[in-house]
Ligand binder design. Structure first.
Ligand SMILES: [Zn+2]
Length: 253
C-alpha cells in the first residue's frame, strides 16, 4: 500500500468517525477508537489477581495473606484431586455479570474489533507463556458453526496475540471432528462427554507439533472440558507443553 493510499484511508476513517463516532459495544458510550471499551464498562470487570491456583488459574475466594508463602504452592482442590492435561492456565478476568456482555459481544455480536483492546491485555497476563519458541493455537469451531457465526473469536484473538508477541499462530492446527451442541447449561460431566473425541490434529500439522510449546487460546475457561480435550490431543501429538490463555474464567459460586 503506498503513502497516498494510507493517507486516503486515514482521511476516510477520520470522516467516518465524525459522522459515526465509535461506540463501546457494552455500554454504547462514545469511545476514542473502534474496539475501545468505555470506562463505565471497565468498572464492571473483575480482573484476576493473586492469590489464584498456579495450575488452572482459578482465583481463590479467600483473601490470603501471601507474606512468606510460595505462590507456586497454591493449587485448587480440582487440580490437587485430578491430573490436568494442560500445564498451566491463566485468565484475564472473571466470567460474571460484569464481563458476560463483553464476551458475548465479542463472540456473537460482531464486536470483532474488541480484539484490539483485549489481546494486548492477554499478552500481559500470559507473558510467562509467550516464550520465543511458543506457537499460538486457538480452540477451533466446527466448520458448520464457523459458517453460521462467520468468524472464530479464538482465532482472531490468537492471531492478534501472536502478532503482538512476534510469534507464530497456527489457527488451523486443531480441528473439530464433529459438531458439538453448545455447552451452555450442561453439568461438568455432560460437558466432558459432549466434547470427548471431538478434536483432532489437522493432518498437515501432525509432524510439526512434536516438541513444541503450545499456547492454547480461547475466550472463556468454564469447566475446562474443551480445553482439556484440546490439550490431550496436542500432547498426544507430541507437544512438549500446553499452556492456556483465556479472556475470562468461570468461578464456582
Ligand atoms: Zn486449579
Amino acid at each position: 500500500m503506498n503513502k497516498a493510499h494510507i493517507l486516503g484511508k486515514k482521511a476516510l476513517n477520520w470522516g467516518l468517525d465524525l459522522v459515526l463516532p465509535p461506540r463501546c459495544p457494552i455500554t454504547g458510550d462514545t469511545v476514542r477508537t473502534v474496539g475501545a471499551i468505555s470506562p463505565r464498562a471497565w468498572k464492571e470487570i473483575t480482573f484476576i489477581a493473586p492469590p489464584y491456583c498456579t495450575c488452572c488459574g482459578i482465583p481463590f475466594a479467600i483473601d490470603l495473606d501471601m507474606k512468606g508463602l510460595n505462590p507456586d504452592d497454591f493449587l485448587c482442590t480440582d487440580c490437587i484431586s485430578s491430573t490436568r492435561a494442560f500445564d498451566q492456565a491463566k485468565s484475564l478476568f472473571v466470567y460474571d455479570d460484569g464481563s458476560r456482555k463483553m464476551i458475548l459481544s465479542f463472540k456473537h455480536g460482531d464486536a470483532i474489533h474488541l480484539h484490539t483492546t483485549l489481546a494486548p491485555l492477554l499478552c500481559k497476563t500470559g507473558v510467562e507463556f509467550l516464550s520465543p519458541d511458543s506457537i499460538i493455537v486457538p480452540v477451533p469451531l466446527h466448520w458448520m458453526r464457523l459458517v453460521k457465526r462467520r468468524y472464530n473469536q479464538a482465532a482472531i484473538l490468537g492471531n492478534e496475540v501472536a502478532k503482538l508477541s512476534g510469534l507464530t499462530c497456527w489457527p488451523d492446527a486443531l480441528i473439530r471432528t464433529r459438531p458439538t451442541p453448545p455447552q451452555g447449561h450442561k453439568t461438568a460431566k455432560d460437558r466432558k462427554q459432549n466434547v470427548s473425541g471431538a478434536f483432532d490434529i489437522n493432518p498437515p500439522y501432525t509432524k510439526k507439533l512434536s516438541g513444541r510449546e503450545i499456547v492454547l487460546i480461547d475466550d472463556v475457561f468454564t469447566t475446562g472440558a474443551t480445553l482439556e480435550e484440546c490439550s490431550k490431543v496436542l500432547k498426544t501429538a507430541g507437544a512438549r507443553s500446553v499452556n492456556i490463555l483465556t479472556l475470562a474464567r468461570a468461578v464456582k459460586e
